[in-house]
Write a protein that binds this ligand. Structure first.
Ligand SMILES: [Zn+2]
Length: 597
């Protein structure tokens, strides 16, 4: 489907799925507002603006001002034009907050008359998400801005839509210029994310006063504040028995059971040792103080049992339903005294992973006896969703969150070969749990899974919407509406060909670097040819954008590694170098940077 009008109509009709029953009352005219009104398509489709004015009503605060700033920035970046001094009749975008007129974070877009679009919401976040929807469904070219015809009410289905940025190994989030990372957080807010999570990973440091620790907290605080400025909630993740590198030897935890799957740093603390639990609580308290001192309002703590973490001593096991449970209770109560209203999430990551140790059953039993103090359970895994929850209710009947792994699956180094689009995989993982979860938070290592983030943002917004709708919107907005079909075809080929890996890695001195290539080829040459042909036709700002380049490079690697039978060549090495610049990975650890640079 290359016709823009068809595309916009389809988007509008599918948007109807966002309606919730409460807002489809008989006397509500929303339903008939959906999709282009007769005639309105002709007014808006094809009219190009170089001049846009915003009118705000009942609201003028930082979140809304930032939303307008981001919208203007994207207009400028993607068209090269300055809309504030634009020529011709202006398009006026009305932004109107009407408290309690619809669910929080929802929005309604209406095309009122020629040259005027209205976005209404109950709150500023809804207005921000509405601006994001208008932007992503519109056409931005060097000629100007053509508004999309999407209209109607859109209500987020899942309240919890967060993203976790792993800030380690000098990956993009850890090392890139902070302005770039902040801009990226703003991009994600426009796709509907309403929260950001980070982890202050204690084992790197000798204590909270360690100069390096302070620098890391400075950076994490800036990321959380950037999230706040676009209405996001903030979350700190942590192990429930985390330790600094300098943790007292006599208080250290024993390796957890099934340590080969769960890992350990070896500095974790055993809460069953006298003074162990108190030290853990003191460290959490100090960490919260550091963020408070930097002006960050922390909304959630996410408490983890393993990876790394846990204690395998007799008093602590089974960790998930014993030592861990006690610590999540104590940390929650203590943190809530400091920050009233703070909520905690109990992670069950790697519970009963290969051998059933009774962790799931024990947690359920405990929550039958006593009301949980945590507010959510998080469950997920590297592969399929934990079986326990497919056959049993969530312990304590708590709301359930997932933790999609969008970065590392079946390819190493992470991001080393450019984009890793996996739409079908995520649809398959999402479908069985879509009615069970209240949302979730994604695990992210960097820019290379940008498309995957957008796909999940839409699952959370509208669990029933097929993944192809968000995929098309992403492609049309970032690359080209006219070429969307062929770009999507290339992406599906890339997903089937996913699985490039480095072996004999650089951790082994003087070992030659080799690469393994998936045995079957589902059309690597065709995918690369499709994108190469389209590349010739794209405007300069699109063809040089990092989102397009990581896709192009991935298509190139899929071909070149097959031709070279897993050995690098000059084209491959040039591709690695370009990726390294996009990721700011000069200092990065081998896990998170392109090979051979
Ligand atoms: Zn222990």
């Amino acid at each position: 489907m290359t016709n823009r009008r068809q595309f916009l109509r389809k988007s509008a009709l599918l948007g109807a799925a966002s309606l919730t029953a409460d807002y489809l009352l008989a006397n509500d005219k929303v339903a008939e507002h959906h999709g282009p009104k007769p005639g309105s398509e002709c007014i808006y489709d094809g009219k190009i603006y170089q001049n846009i004015k915003f009118q705000t009503f009942n609201s003028s605060n930082d979140i809304l001002n930032n939303a307008i700033r981001i919208f203007n920035r994207e207009l400028h970046t993607r068209t090269g034009l300055d809309f504030s001094t634009g020529k011709g009749n202006p398009l006026t975008i009305e932004l109107r907050a009407v408290p309690q007129s619809m669910p929080l974070e929802a929005f309604r877009i209406e095309h009122l008359e020629a040259d005027r679009i209205s976005i209404k919401a109950s709150d500023d976040k809804g207005l921000l998400f509405g601006l994001g929807k208008l932007l992503h469904t519109s056409l931005l070219t060097t000629a100007g801005f053509t508004p999309g015809t999407w209209q109607g009410l859109s209500v987020p289905e899942k309240p919890f839509r967060m993203i976790y940025f792993a800030t380690h190994f000098y990956n993009f989030y850890h090392e890139a210029p902070i302005d770039q990372v902040i801009k990226y957080i703003e991009d994600l807010a426009f796709w509907g994310y309403n929260g950001i999570a980070v982890w202050f990973d204690m084992h790197h440091y000798n204590g909270i006063r360690d100069a390096e620790a302070q620098l890391m907290i400075d950076r994490l605080a800036l990321l959380l504040q950037a999230g706040k400025s676009v209405g996001m909630k903030t979350m700190l993740t942590m192990l429930a028995n985390e330790g600094y590198a300098s943790s007292p030897l006599n208080l250290r935890a024993k390796a957890p059971k099934q340590v080969n799957l769960r890992g350990k740093y070896g500095v974790e603390i055993c809460p069953s040792q006298p003074g162990g639990a108190e030290l853990i609580l003191k460290q959490v308290d100090q960490e919260l103080d550091e963020f408070i001192k930097r002006g960050v309002a922390v909304d959630y703590l996410s408490l983890w049992p393993y990876d790394q973490g846990g204690c395998g001593c007799d008093q602590c096991t089974p960790w998930g339903s014993n030592g861990f449970l006690k610590m999540t209770n104590r940390i929650t109560k203590q943190a809530q005294k400091k920050i009233p209203g703070l909520k905690t999430i109990q992670s069950t990551w790697l519970f009963d992973i290969a051998v059933d140790e009774g962790e799931w059953a024990g947690l359920a039993k405990a929550y039958n006896r006593e009301k949980p103090v945590v507010s959510y359970i998080m469950a997920d895994s590297h592969e399929t969703f934990p079986k326990y929850l497919m056959n049993n209710p969530v312990p304590g009947n708590l709301p359930l969150l997932n933790f999609p792994e969008i970065s590392m699956w079946n390819s190493w180094p992470w991001g080393g070969f450019g984009a890793n689009p996996l739409p079908q995989r995520f649809q398959d993982l999402w479908s069985p749990i879509k009615d069970q979860v209240a949302g979730g938070y994604l695990y992210s290592e960097g820019l290379f899974e940008d498309l995957n983030k957008v796909l999940y943002s839409r699952f959370y917004w509208d669990s029933q919407e097929p993944v192809g709708v968000a995929l098309r919107e992403y492609v049309a907005f970032n690359f080209s509406i006219d070429h969307a079909d062929r770009i999507i075809e290339a992406i599906h080929i890339m997903e089937k060909n996913h699985g490039l890996n480095m072996v004999n890695n650089e951790l082994v001195k003087n070992a030659p670097t080799r690469f393994t290539v998936p045995e079957n080829d589902f059309g690597a040459k065709r995918a690369y040819q499709l994108l190469s042909d389209i590349d010739l036709d794209l405007p300069r700002n699109v063809k040089t954008s990092w989102r397009w380049r990581i896709l192009m490079l991935r298509a190139m690697f899929d071909v070149e590694f097959r031709l070279s039978k897993g050995v690098e060549n000059p084209k491959i090495i040039a591709g690695f170098k370009e990726l390294g610049q996009i990721y700011s990975s000069k200092k990065a650890n081998i896990h998170v940077r392109p090979p051979l640079i």
